[in-house]
Design a protein around this ligand. Structure first.
Ligand SMILES: [Fe+2]
Length: 283
């Protein structure tokens, strides 16, 4: 994209940027009852903000319904990862037994800023995610969300050198994942910032302090500082929302975090999550 086109795109993104979460919300009949008009509204939000929150009148949900809903948006290639069930859909709730107990998403602890699948190989890049709430927590479990395009603009405004640092193929390394039986996943090294067809922006990021090795370079450090300050800014561009039962987020894997939560005794928090190698089809 030449500079004139970039400045036009930047102006449009900033003018359009939602000031409140309601701008992202689309009411729909249900996961299996999506009208053409509702679908178009979700696509419009995703085109402008890289995400939409849908609110189902009919709260019926199962893993097949999540896949069927996602398929409306060209999301057909799920990331079958370690903890997902065979259909590529994970059920996120507090795990008390099994492999999942080793992973923070399956606990009630907070999750720092990240994009999903940052530990995946380049060939398994997660471009889109559907996160659907069946039951919310008694308290907590709120997400903060930030369109990756907005982060790109903020970095570029501050210094184009930050983009160069984040594009470096050795920018961020995630050490291998091993358990007592051996290696589950090899070490993964790659850029934070990469680009897809049509110039779409992809970020691979985790704010975790442990288990991440950053390229040791002043510009990388400065770029990370800039990113952290935008993400941590209370008056910054991040939006905050706590999904309620029957609501979900469909996104081009935007930056997000999660606050800690407490489950009630009767109905623990339960979210379905499906990750896809496809990007949301907006044409
Ligand atoms: Fe996530």
């Amino acid at each position: 994209m030449d500079n004139v086109s970039y400045m036009q795109w930047r102006r449009q993104k900033l003018d359009d940027y939602p000031r409140n979460i309601e701008a992202l919300v689309v009411d729909i009949g249900g996961l299996n009852r999506l009208s053409a008009g509702e679908k178009d509204m979700i696509i419009d939000k995703c085109r402008r903000y890289n995400m939409a929150i849908y609110r189902c009148a009919d709260p019926a949900v199962d893993r097949a319904a999540i896949r069927a809903f996602a398929a409306n948006f060209g999301l057909n290639r799920p990331d079958y990862h370690l903890c997902a069930n065979d259909d590529g859909v994970s059920e996120l709730c507090v795990a008390s037994v099994g492999t999942r107990t080793a992973y923070v998403p399956y606990s009630n602890r907070s999750l720092s800023w990240h994009t999903d699948g940052y530990y995946n190989l380049q060939s398994r890049r997660v471009r889109a995610v559907v996160l659907h709430c069946e039951a919310d927590a008694a308290s907590g479990g709120e997400n903060a969300l930030l369109d990756t395009d907005i982060m790109y603009i903020r970095l570029r405004d501050e210094s184009p050198d930050f983009l160069t640092a984040f594009e470096h193929p050795e920018c961020m390394t995630i050490p291998a994942n091993r358990d007592s039986l051996g290696e589950i996943r090899p070490e993964v090294t790659g850029p934070v910032l990469s680009y897809g067809s049509g110039g779409s922006i992809h970020m691979r990021y985790s704010a975790r302090k442990r288990n991440i090795k950053w390229r040791e370079d002043d510009m990388t450090n400065a770029a990370r500082e800039c990113m952290s300050s935008v993400l941590g800014d209370k008056n910054g561009p991040a939006l905050h929302y706590r999904l309620k039962p029957g609501e979900g987020l469909i996104s081009n894997n935007v930056l997000h975090n999660r606050t800690a939560f407490e489950d009630g005794e009767k109905s623990p928090r339960k979210l379905y999550r499906a990750r896809f190698f496809d990007r949301i089809k907006t044409l």
